[in-house]
Ligand binder design. Structure first.
Ligand SMILES: [Zn+2]
Length: 118
């Protein structure tokens, strides 16, 4: 694949990702926004490598705010509207990115709350 094609696909995927990011108030003050080169540097290198090797892009989302395992703190064992909306948003992100990049995108959601009894 030509380097300018890799660059173009990489920029489009990165733009999709950067639109979804959320920053802590403090970080937002020092960041230059969605075009911030400091914030883009690491993911851009990873995206570039995946594209040049033509393999699926694997995203890892740590600390997804999943439902507490403690039933005294939840109304139901089923996902609530916030969880559904969050997952729908992530699913759409993967679909949008896969439309740009043929090998596709895989998202791994990690949550440390599944075993929490607090
Ligand atoms: Zn930044």
């Amino acid at each position: 694949m030509l380097s300018h094609t890799i660059e173009m696909i990489s920029d489009r995927l990165l733009a999709q990702l950067m639109r979804q990011r959320r920053l802590h108030e403090q970080a937002e003050r020092s960041c230059k926004g969605i075009l911030c080169s400091d914030c883009q540097k690491h993911p851009k290198q990873k995206i570039h490598l995946a594209i040049s090797e033509q393999r699926p892009l694997i995203l890892i989302l740590p600390a997804f705010p999943a439902k507490s395992a403690n039933r005294e703190k939840t109304l139901s064992e089923k996902p609530d509207r916030g969880e559904i909306m969050g997952l729908e948003n992530l699913n759409q992100l993967c679909k949008d990115m896969s439309a740009i990049y043929q090998p596709g995108v895989k998202l791994i959601i990690c949550s440390g709350k599944a075993d929490s009894r607090r």
